[in-house]
Design a protein around this ligand. Structure first.
Ligand SMILES: NC(=O)c1ccc[n+]([C@@H]2O[C@H](COP(=O)([O-])OP(=O)(O)OC[C@H]3O[C@@H](n4cnc5c(N)ncnc54)[C@H](O)[C@@H]3O)[C@@H](O)[C@H]2O)c1
Ligand SMILES: O=C(O)[C@H](O)[C@H](O)COP(=O)(O)O
Length: 388
């Protein structure tokens, strides 16, 4: 290294320190300010930290071009792609405090050498507990009787749900063509759909491969549940979708319910954040994409992207969600011994009623509008994850 190189490197470092770290973040990220502040990032990296909280749907190309942040922290409602970042020259790290990544064009980020992190598995217990609550609220007799639970997608959430099901003495029929067969990955899609008492979806949203497009999947999940697959399900088989809305073809679902009277539970919707009353009125339980919204599920999401950012900045994490969690008295063992306490552990019908209370407009256009749907999520009540 020449003296000039050393001087340039020192200049760069001084410029970087003077500029500091600017973070644009979705204001719905749990405990944003506890994790991302001067003490938890700045002191350690020797830089100042400026954090700009913005509603996720308002993070747009204009804002990122004007602010030129170094770090972008999002949840699932911000689409991250070339359109968002073309006029931004500064972002080096994108963190999504979510499990799902279908809103992020990771190939584009790689072409820009932008590091990406998501929060894999952060709410796997919360979502599994949501599914159990839905089933046991609709069929309390399932606490005591043999049940076959169908699970489509056996990653973090599906396999966690299978553990709870086994713990209840239920049989699991699982389908995941991308994993090796196992005691839970033990059936074809048709067997899962035709032989279960309830079927729960836990797949990512993926599309078909087009030509040599590497982004598509050999097992696409968009409209995986459609007229043909619904026809495989006996009428008394419950369907639960807490994965992504477009995994289910909603028009086909409405027709199916009209003919079968099937009990259907949706936490996610094809045209989210808008939900048409023509669909809502046919659902047995409907909630505003909150299956993973326990305090623990959301905080773990923040913790995982904070840790990833620390790694990127080469600093040791200085914040932990354990410092932020109040005492948790919700024990799975207690609920199993006292099934009548289910609604005290999680009152899913309250979430259902709140969503239905937001229906507005005149027939035939009655719907829950996007602002109300987002508002329910922003102001979601405190819900705790049950402890093992
Ligand atoms: N409603 C909510 O609040 C909420 C919360 C968290 C996650 N999610 C959604 O749940 C999805 C699943 O989460 P996860 O943590 O289990 O993800 P994961 O990546 O750990 O597991 C997904 C599994 O689906 C499998 N899969 C892919 N295509 C499939 C197909 N065609 N058929 C069957 N299986 C297929 C994969 O092989 C993988 O094992 C996420 O991608 C996200 O979209 C929703
Ligand atoms: O993929 C996920 O983790 C969830 O769907 C996510 O928690 C949804 O919540 P949002 O990111 O929209 O706040």
């Amino acid at each position: 290294m020449t003296n000039n190189d050393i001087a340039d490197a020192m200049d760069n470092k001084i410029n970087q320190m003077a500029k500091g770290i600017t973070i644009v973040a979705d204001s719905n990220i749990a405990s944003l300010n506890d994790f991302f502040n001067h003490a938890t990032l700045g002191q350690l990296s020797g830089q100042t930290v400026k954090i700009i909280p913005v509603a996720g749907r308002d993070i747009d190309a204009k804002l990122l071009s004007e602010v030129q942040p170094d770090i972008l922290l999002i949840r699932s409602v911000t689409q991250v792609n070339e359109a968002l970042l073309a006029e931004n020259h500064s972002v080096q790290f994108v963190g999504s405090a979510t499990i799902g990544t279908d809103h992020v064009d990771q190939d584009y980020l790689a072409t820009r050498d932008i590091t990406f992190a998501n929060a894999a598995g952060c709410s796997k217990h919360s979502v599994a507990q949501y599914v159990l609550t839905a089933i046991l609220t609709l069929r309390p007799n399932y606490w005591q009787q043999p049940v076959t639970l169908g699970i489509i997608g056996l990653g973090n959430i599906g396999s966690t749900l299978a553990q709870y099901a086994n713990d209840l003495g239920w049989q699991v029929l699982g389908y995941d063509p991308l994993l090796p067969s196992s005691t839970i990955n033990n059936a074809s899609l048709e067997q899962v759909l035709s032989q279960s008492n309830a079927v729960s979806l836990h797949v990512p949203l993926t599309s078909e491969k087009v030509d040599s497009d590497a982004k598509g999947s050999d097992y696409p999940t968009r409209h995986l549940i459609n007229a043909e697959t619904l026809a495989m399900m006996p009428a008394d088989n419950i369907l639960i979708n807490s994965a992504r809305g477009p995994v289910v073809n909603e028009n086909d679902l409405k027709n199916d319910i009209a003919h079968t009277g099937r009990q259907v539970v949706l936490d996610v919707f094809e045209h989210e954040p808008t939900v048409a009353d023509s669909l809502l009125a046919k659902l047995t339980i409907a909630t505003p994409h909150i299956a993973g919204y326990t305090l623990e599920g959301k905080l773990r999401g923040t913790q995982i992207i904070y840790d990833a950012l620390c790694e990127k900045l080469a600093i040791i994490p200085a914040q932990s969600m354990s410092n932020l969690l109040p005492l948790n008295l919700f024990l799975w063992s207690e609920l199993k011994a006292n099934p009548d306490r289910l609604s005290k552990f999680y009152d899913i019908m309250q979430d259902d009623a709140l969503l239905r209370s937001k229906i507005s407009g005149e027939n035939p256009d009655k719907q829950v509008n996007g602002a109300d749907f987002d508002g329910l999520r922003r102001d979601y009540h405190l819900r705790r994850e049950w402890q093992s």
